[in-house]
Design a protein around this ligand. Structure first.
Ligand code: ADE
Length: 238
């Protein structure tokens, strides 16, 4: 997968791209990142990328021209189909389902805005508009990295066998069960006995039960669409 980030602040990406799973993914050639300062596409002699809003008002608006030219250029260079993703608080709420859909693509382009907003016409150059939550950030960079992070970890061979993306919260539709590691007693707090028993059938059942109970308590909204069997109904009554 090729990922382009179109931004006015390329330095924000350097630490993330060169660390942890992001670095491992590019070392394995599962992904290739390119961060582009779209100011370099401005046709203005001072490389201006923003301008005053028509109709007046506070703040500046990102001009359409630099973003159109940058998007067209990166699409031309990749011959594959491209998803062009604008980050904005007005976008569709980001979900695991969306991450799974983006992970199937060969080319993602993230458009990171700043200032009061984008010239409305930029929206005609994108395929997706995503919000990472109902709060306002200073720009789209952090949001784009959150979306990209959730996509990269789904790419084939990026996570080792020990961390299966298939068992994630939200992939299964449930929150994950609790985890414990040594010691068996820490400051008087004991690891549940069943996990020490070596009985894999019992452990599996305990995990399914705890996963369901935790979802019921913390995120009952996730269970709304789900049809529970008799045993699952009993588990959440306990
Ligand atoms: N840019 C500013 N706020 C944002 C948000 N909540 N999601 C995505 N992009 C943004």
């Amino acid at each position: 997968m090729k990922i382009n980030f179109l931004t006015l602040f390329p330095d924000m990406f350097s630490g993330v791209i060169s660390s942890s799973i992001w670095k491992q993914a590019s070392d394995k050639s599962a992904v290739n990142y390119e961060v582009i300062d779209f100011r370099s596409y401005s046709d203005n002699k001072h490389y201006k990328v923003d301008d005053y809003p028509y109709g007046g008002g506070a703040g500046m608006v990102l001009r359409a021209q630099p973003l159109f030219d940058a998007i067209e250029d990166v699409k031309r260079k990749e011959r594959s189909h491209s998803r062009v993703i604008m980050l904005s608080p007005q976008g569709a709420p980001f979900t695991q389902q969306k991450a799974e859909s983006l992970a199937k693509e060969e080319h993602l382009v993230f458009v990171c805005g700043h200032y009061e907003g984008y010239d409305e016409r930029v929206r005609t150059a994108v395929t997706d508009e995503i919000s990472i939550g109902d709060y306002v950030l200073t720009g789209g960079e952090l949001a784009s990295m959150i979306v990209a992070d959730s996509v990269i970890r789904l790419l084939p061979d990026v996570l080792g066998n020990h961390t299966s993306a298939h068992e994630d919260s939200f992939t299964t539709g449930l929150l994950e069960h609790p985890h414990y590691t040594r010691p068996a007693v820490f400051r008087g707090m004991e690891v549940p006995e069943v996990l020490l028993s070596g009985n894999h059938a019992h452990i599996e059942e305990w995990r399914r039960k705890e996963s369901l109970r935790r979802t019921w308590i913390r995120r009952p909204d996730l269970l709304q669409e789900r049809i529970l069997n008799q045993q699952e109904k009993e588990w959440i009554q306990e």
